[in-house]
Ligand binder design. Structure first.
Ligand code: ZN
Ligand code: ZN
Length: 265
């Protein structure tokens, strides 16, 4: 059983439930620890990011929850950094997830229509994928980032592969190159089930072929739900574990408050 989830959202960003409700849901689900990951403030994006003036309140709330639930479930205070945000240092966050939600003026994961508009702007799916993975690869240079969020987020609305062709040489080369750069920098890749709880996919991502490549590189994974409500807190964790095992992984990474350490499935 997976014992930790480090990726979820609350009413401080675009989540539906409070941090305490998410902690209680995680405890009920049998997790030993949970990390609440705040969408970092981005000017003009307050509808889904934490407004900058609310960030101190979030940090206070998490400090209180850590104390309140000590001995029951360990609570970590995380940040989901976006490549469009201002660069920031680690403290006071326990860990940082690095994600790319924007490309060429479009949101990558806002609506299916916008995902199509993004491709149109780059004139082809392969060119869009090359631009996206180049941006994701740039996270390697940011030492403070531990986890790469939803590595192939491009496929959120594309489980049937009608938008992208992940088997095309251009797509695969771009994805593999980014993966290799991030691996060399020691980044951990999450298996993310968030698109399942939100009804867009039936399987977690990254794609199996990407995970197999990651395994061949000696890469590391963690399992995250990217939950935006209490009922998604451990959504499809069994499917994520199965995908990891089928891709050759015997362990996943768990944050212990200081470092990431391996845990066997
Ligand atoms: Zn994200
Ligand atoms: Zn997220």
């Amino acid at each position: 059983m997976i014992l930790q989830n480090l990726h979820c959202h609350t009413t401080f960003d675009d989540g539906a439930d409070s941090p305490e409700a998410m902690v209680l849901a995680a405890e009920r689900a049998g997790l030993r620890s949970v990390g609440i990951s705040l969408h970092c403030p981005i000017p003009g994006e307050d509808d889904w990011c934490c407004p900058a003036d609310r960030e101190p309140q979030f940090l206070d709330a998490l400090r209180a929850l850590k104390e309140q639930y000590a001995g029951r479930i360990e609570v970590f205070c995380g940040l989901e950094y976006d490549t469009r945000a201002a660069r920031r240092s680690v403290p006071p966050y326990d860990y940082i997830i690095g994600s790319c939600h924007f490309l060429g003026g479009h949101a990558v994961d806002n609506t299916p229509a916008e995902a199509e508009a993004l491709i149109a702007q780059f004139s082809s799916p392969d060119r869009a994928a090359e631009a996206y993975y180049a941006q994701v690869a740039a996270l390697a240079a940011m030492e403070e980032i531990s986890i790469v969020g939803h590595f192939d987020l491009l496929t959120k609305y594309d489980e049937r592969k009608s938008l992208y062709d992940p088997a095309s040489p251009a797509y695969r080369d771009a994805a593999f190159a980014a993966m290799e750069t991030l691996c060399k920098a020691g980044k951990i890749f999450e298996i993310n089930t968030g698109a399942i709880s939100r009804g867009w996919r039936t399987t977690p991502y990254p794609a199996p072929e990407l995970l197999r490549h990651l395994r061949s590189l000696g890469g590391r994974i963690c399992i995250c739900s990217d939950a935006h409500a209490v009922d998604g807190i451990v959504c499809a964790f069994d499917a994520a574990e199965a995908l990891a095992r089928e891709s050759g992984f015997a362990e996943y990474q768990v944050f212990d408050g200081r470092d990431f350490v391996p845990a066997a499935f």
